[in-house]
Design a protein around this ligand. Structure first.
Ligand SMILES: CC(C)(COP(=O)(O)OP(=O)(O)OC[C@H]1O[C@@H](n2cnc3c(N)ncnc32)[C@H](O)[C@@H]1OP(=O)(O)O)[C@@H](O)C(=O)NCCC(=O)NCCS
Length: 202
């Protein structure tokens, strides 16, 4: 059964990094190393959320390289586990604008409304942090993602020519209207309601 309660968004933790990197590898041509995610998790400006599939078993996270302190400790600690992660989103909080730096859903889970849950989570984070709007860059060819953003009223506001170094593709800059007003929050509530009607019990 596909219900909102099967998929829960929560703050990303260190034990989630290897699954996030796995999803990133199947989603983007260029990827970040584990260390970059570790830095991001302690970056005051950044907020990362993961979407958990509670119907799947937790996954053992690979242990970090052991430090001298670990070696001096007696006994082997139990390896950390992480819930089964099906997507993630990263947001940077600028002065009054939230910038989505990454959003991706596991390949086998796409087209089930989970990208929407992640985008809604990012917008909720922006609202909670008193940001005025949400922006992002998207490849010109990425029509699926552009459709998702347009559903949430992002508008195309500019172009960064040859922004992506792997193939020289342009980035389209997209931005929401002001998110703090009733207009937008009522629209979000409408979308949430539509999501539940469409996916509950499917
Ligand atoms: C973009 C991405 C996050 C969307 O996640 P998803 O879970 O597949 O999308 P959802 O099922 O939530 O769909 C939400 C909306 O996206 C659009 N969409 C989704 N799949 C689509 C498809 N195959 N064709 C066209 N539009 C599509 C639709 O507007 C859809 O709304 P609708 O169901 O009312 O039509 C996912 O495809 C992904 O991880 N892609 C690879 C990484 C990526 O490109 N990230 C964006 C970087 S800017």
């Amino acid at each position: 059964m596909l219900t909102k309660s099967r998929y829960q968004a929560r703050t990303m933790a260190e034990a989630d990094i290897s699954q996030v990197v796995e999803i990133e590898r199947e989603s983007f041509p260029t990827t970040w190393p584990h260390t970059a995610y570790r830095r991001e998790l302690s970056n005051q400006m950044a907020r990362y959320a993961v979407l958990v599939d509670s119907a799947e078993e937790p996954v053992a996270a690979p242990p970090r390289r052991r430090s001298l302190l670990d070696l001096l400790r007696r006994g082997d600690p139990a390896p950390p586990t992480s819930d089964y992660i099906v997507g993630y989103v990263g947001v940077w909080l600028m002065v009054d604008e939230a910038h989505i730096v990454a959003i991706a859903v596991r390949e086998g889970y796409r087209g089930r409304g989970l990208g929407e849950l992640l985008l809604a989570e990012a917008i909720d984070l922006a609202l909670a942090n008193r940001q005025e709007n949400v922006t992002l860059e998207v490849r010109r060819s990425n029509v699926v993602a552009q459709n998702l953003y347009e559903k949430y009223r992002f508008l195309k506001v500019g172009v960064r020519r040859r922004y992506y170094s792997d193939n020289g593709e342009d980035a389209i800059i997209m931005s929401t209207p002001p998110i703090q007003g009733d207009n937008y929050t009522e629209y979000l509530a409408y979308l949430r309601d539509q999501w539940e009607r469409k996916h509950e019990g499917a």
